[in-house]
Design a protein around this ligand. Sequence first.
Ligand SMILES: [Zn+2]
Length: 243
Amino acid sequence: MSFDRHQYQRIVVLTGAGISVASGLHTYRGPDGVWAAHDVERLGHARALAESPQDTWRLFGGMRGPIAQARPNAAHRALARWEAELRPGQQLLLVTQNVDGLHQAAGSRHVCELHGNVMLTRCSNPDCDLPPFEDLAPHTEAVPRCPRCGSVLRPDIVLFGEPLPLQALWQVDRALRDCDLFLAIGTSGLVDPAASLVRYAAQAGARTVFMNLEPLVPPNPAFQETVLGRAETVLPAWLGWPE
Ligand SMILES: [Zn+2]
């Protein structure tokens, strides 16, 4: 089922880990391979940063090497092309749960990173004025310290137990208020943020589409349509650009 992409004025796209699988990225891949879910929740929690920041870096620093090697796939490129070919008056906000920066690498400009970007490092001291900076070093062996205040440095991502960034939430909230097309790609449609976002979009009267490898079980009635398949195949086809 394709559609006329010029028919919509206020488009919100939400992407999750499923869109980056074809780029060779799995959600959490440390130096020892894929982390077990319980390790991710323990080592990726804000408590671990406070008590044992080396564990935080072992988990997330280990993702930097694979991400630095990864390239955007056809799904990332299709979203960037969609944005580049918008007509006057059309707006597209790309909201992502991914921390890999591949949307920007593909050329998307209007990207809202709900969970931050793991390729950036920042100071853990909220009163410090060190700006986040690009950092390819994994820091899996030694915890880096802030050159300005001496506090522990951390990856610039949202850890378990931390709130989502307010500025990002405001941006999403504003975009959803008059949204007329909402598309979720490669993310669970039953848990947040997708579940809340699609509900707001449906309340605004948007057409709502769920695009994923697997169907939603149980279905989420806020999604009017489901497109099943690999994002890198079905998204370009849906937009009218099969590769
Ligand atoms: Zn600092």
